[in-house]
Design a protein around this ligand. Sequence first.
Ligand SMILES: Cc1ncc(COP(=O)(O)O)c(C=O)c1O
Length: 411
Amino acid sequence: MFDPYTIRKDFPIFERKVNGHEIIYFDNAATSQKPLQVIDAVKDFYKKHNANVHRGLHTLSQEASELYEEAHNEVAKFINANSMEEIVFTKNTTEAINLVAYSWGLHKLGEGDEVLTTLMEHHSNIVPWEILSKIKRFKVKYVNVKEDGTLDYESLENLVTRKTKLITVTHASNVTGAINNISKISKLAHDNNAIIVVDGAQSVPHMPVDVKRLDIDFLAFSGHKMLAPTGIGVLYAKKELLEKMEPFIGGGDMIRSVKYDKAKGCMIEWHHLPWKFEAGTPNVCSAIGLTEAIRYLKRLGMENVQEHERQLTQYTLKLLQKDEKISLYGPSDTSIKCGIISFNIKNMDYNDVALLLDNFGIMVRSGYHCAEPLHQRLSIKGSVRASFYIYNTKEEVEKFVDVLKMIEDVG
Ligand SMILES: Cc1ncc(COP(=O)(O)O)c(C=O)c1O
């Protein structure tokens, strides 16, 4: 196991104070803080290697291209993909899911087909499918979520039919922290000739994720939630799927040739994988930051990351469960819950709670966390969300719980 106090020394942001208090950063589900190793890698790139990738024959362009490709390789190894051909860099999870919708769904889905998603999804795994369903006239159906925030597997099994072409599901809820059984869902999808898309935004940064073991067809996640800079996301896809898919965005870098013919116009040959899906100048420096972020997490060990957050979650739940003024949402069993705790204080507005916590340097999220259907399902308008990462400590949890008690007394 690692020591979060040692880890904190790598994160310069914890040197600053907010409202006279040391920062307690519990908004990790939104984005993580960045260690010096990542910040330095980005700085180093601009100081020593900056050039565009895949274009020049000169030394700097060669170096930048190698670093950019190395980032794809590092991601492939991290999630146990077969090779970097299966790793497409996007802006974020949202863009990765949209890539699946438009490169796969636009061509494969039509009237009479059904896409299954769930009531616990982030809007980024609902809205693209709803938009596309209006164009292609397929149906989007919603798997139920139980009162305790866990997925209703019976509802899922009942909804799967021969019409189901795709099941898209989050690995872990960004509201309740509930972890879904992806092996079970991928088997169900494949037994019914459907494909599975997994939103890994809240899983890949926090636990070991093996795309082969889970038999995932598409996996989307964001670098900024796992120590890397913003602007870099990942779409993993099985090679045989990517090979058959049409590009998402057209332009430079994603083609092998564009030949003009007076009669036929331009004849285009796509670049090989993964470049066919990466049009235009990519976010090179953030990709290099992602390489360092993954190396940092690998040094800690993803099992240890998960266990550290599990212990913090269990401890927080133990302290909050005693408090009658607090309503907690989601499962309490930490073997199926990641480090995310959403709650409300009775008779207090969630935004007021977040603002009061900020007065003590404690950063949490309030609102519906881009998951309005789940809040509707739980019969609440919004919630306060505390979410943990590698640098959070039990001491911070105790301070947070003490401040919550003071807030309750004010409310
Ligand atoms: C479960 C889940 N999916 C998708 C997203 C969207 O991530 P991004 O904004 O990086 O695209 C988030 C962000 O909070 C999330 O928690």
